[in-house]
Design a protein around this ligand. Structure first.
Ligand SMILES: [Zn+2]
Length: 231
């Protein structure tokens, strides 16, 4: 860890993404915290224009600060999408200061927005690890979890309804089968009764046939009579 003068309101410490700069004393909103410094690179000099690292701070079209030098403690400041500090660029002086845009409490990590270009080039591909983005991811994960749970419960409700419907259908089928049985048993009883009745009825029938026979006889007698008349 780099040595920092004890009268400075910050220290380098462990952050969620490696190292970061943390407040050691309250820092008032609007106050300068630290200068972001390093050799000035001139884009008109092709060898300087070819330098590539993560700590380049573009001041103007021509001038860029190479902040990768060890002495530049400000390079430890991490990016945040909702930061508590900002980069205050003085292009004419070719200087950059990091300034608090909120009151910062001791122990709080100091951060500023690195800007869209840096974000697109370095952070978006790996996913920004700043507190705001982590919170957003956490919220999204919680929402996804809730949605999965909702779908699971919906599926379970559907299964339950299906099972209930099936059980009802089975119960109805059982009830119908039972009713059918009762009917069949009833029919048997009825048939037995009918048989009994029929058996009794046969006497009547026999009686009828006797009557019919008698009737026949009567007819024959009548015919006989007719024949007798004809004769
Ligand atoms: Zn972020």
């Amino acid at each position: 860890m780099p040595s920092i003068s004890p009268n400075k309101p910050y220290r380098v410490g462990r952050s969620r993404t490696g190292l970061g700069l943390f407040a050691t004393r309250p820092i008032k909103k609007g106050s300068r915290i630290i200068r972001y410094f390093g050799p000035l690179l001139d884009s008109k000099k092709t060898d300087e224009d070819a330098i590539e690292n993560k700590y380049l701070f573009e001041l103007t079209n021509r001038w860029t600060i190479d902040g990768s030098v060890r002495e530049n403690i400000a390079r430890y400041i991490n990016h945040a999408c909702k930061p508590n500090a900002e980069s205050d660029v003085k292009p004419r002086k070719r200087k950059v200061f990091i300034r608090a845009i909120k009151n910062i409490e001791p122990g709080e990590e100091i951060n500023y927005d690195y800007g869209t270009d840096y974000f697109k080039a370095f952070l978006k591909p790996i996913g920004c690890k700043c507190e705001a983005c982590e919170k957003k991811r956490k919220k999204k994960r919680a929402e996804a979890r809730a949605e999965r749970l909702r779908l699971k419960e919906k599926a379970e409700r559907k299964e339950r309804r299906k099972a209930e419907k099936l059980a009802k259908e089975k119960a109805r089928a059982r009830a119908m089968a039972k009713a059918e049985k009762v009917k069949q048993n009833g029919a048997k009883t009825n048939r037995a009764t009918t048989n009994r009745v029929r058996a009794n009825g046969q006497h009547h029938l026999n009686g009828h046939s006797l009557v019919r026979a008698a009737g026949k006889r009567g007819t024959a007698a009548k015919r006989g009579d007719a024949r007798a008349l004809q004769a």
